[in-house]
Design a protein around this ligand. Structure first.
Ligand code: UDP
Ligand code: MG
Length: 336
């Protein structure tokens, strides 16, 4: 070894391990160049020193963007990015399948020893990635980002999301962590575990919890979205919330049975009471309003219960078709 080289940590390129950055993108054309600029220092191994004195190894990086059926020029920009820098790869789906499916596509096509999933809108700071890699190097398999603050967001949205997580936590047996989203690093083993779960109705947060493995959190500060608009409306979030509950818990079915059972018991007690009262005091016919109330109440409860059962039947129906989660159209300039 050259005596004058004090500080030579560069490994031969073929010994370097590979990190894939999986980035779902839906109508993100306007922000992708900014994303590229933000990622470049990381890709060039210029972000290896951590503020706490640790240093991560050098890696080969692969940026795998998943074009989730964007209606803007995202695909065009992806082609240009790839032409300029072959570390940028992309999969383009045949239509918009939703972020959950896009993430699975990314995991399927990623080739790295580990995968970092992040949003295309730079709300997941690139600065946190080296810290995640450091935890991975020290042996953790699933390093998830935990939001220190939630960024700019409406009061209602924050409230709803907090209430929802506590409900999901108590309804399912998975450990749902608040302020943890899809920003995370997965070891190859975790990637393969998640890939083996091919359910079409996906709730990735639950899947990441379900696979287990050793987990570690890394805190990050959510940035505000710079370009475009969030594609998660309240309606979409509501659907995702129902997905989360119904794909990881059968508690609603049990609630329906319990409510039905309690109502039946109450009705039976009332029946005994009525019979006894009629025997003792005769039968003064009255109570038409009460009758209607009970009728409506029971009718409502029944419809609710049928609705809940229907949610699950619907899910069985969808899964029983065994459709693929997504259809890939193009991978790195060639048709799939
Ligand atoms: N996204 C996607 N498919 C969709 C909707 C969103 O791939 O149908 C991507 C989007 O491009 C972004 C990430 O998912 O990279 C998060 O979306 P967004 O920023 O709209 O959601 P929010 O940050 O408001 O949760
Ligand atoms: Mg966003």
């Amino acid at each position: 070894m050259d005596m004058h080289t004090h500080h030579d940590t560069t490994m031969p390129v073929d010994e370097r391990r590979k990190v894939s950055l999986v980035i779902p993108a839906y109508n993100e054309g306007r922000g992708l160049l900014r994303l590229r600029d933000a990622l470049t220092p990381l890709l060039d191994n210029r972000m290896r020193a951590l503020s706490d004195g640790r240093e991560i190894a050098e890696y080969d990086y692969e940026v795998l963007l998943v074009n989730d059926g964007s209606r803007d020029d995202t695909l065009q920009v992806l082609r240009e990015l790839r032409a300029a820098d072959p570390r940028f790869c992309y999969v383009s789906l045949s239509r918009n399948f939703g972020k959950e499916a896009a993430m699975l596509a990314g995991l399927d096509y990623a080739t790295g020893h580990c995968v970092v999933i992040l949003d295309a809108d730079l709300q997941h700071p690139v600065e946190a990635i080296p810290r995640m890699i450091a935890e991975w190097e020290s042996g953790y398999d699933d390093v998830y980002g935990r939001r220190a603050t939630r960024g700019r967001e409406s009061w209602l949205r924050r409230r709803l999301s907090m209430a929802y997580y506590s409900m999901l936590q108590s309804a399912s047996d998975i450990d749902v962590m608040p302020n943890v989203g899809d920003f995370r690093l997965l070891d190859r083993r975790c990637v393969d575990a998640v890939r083996s779960l091919r359910e079409t109705q996906r709730y990735s947060k639950g899947l990441f919890a379900w696979i287990g493995y050793s987990k570690k959190d890394v805190e990050f500060v959510t940035a505000d979205r710079e370009e475009g608009a969030s594609s998660f409306s309240y309606r979409r979030l509501f659907n995702l919330a129902v997905e989360g509950i119904t794909s990881h818990s059968t508690a609603p079915l049990r609630i329906a049975s319990v409510v039905g059972f309690v109502t039946a018991i109450a009705a039976f007690v009332y029946l005994i009471f009525t019979v006894v009262r009629t025997l003792l005091y005769g039968d003064p016919v009255a109570g038409y309003p009460t009758l209607i109330c009970v009728l409506l109440l029971l009718g409502g409860l029944q419809l609710c219960a049928i609705g809940i059962v229907g949610e699950y039947i619907g899910r069985i129906f969808m899964e029983s078709k065994r459709r693929p989660v997504y259809i890939a159209d193009i991978y790195n300039d060639s048709k799939v």
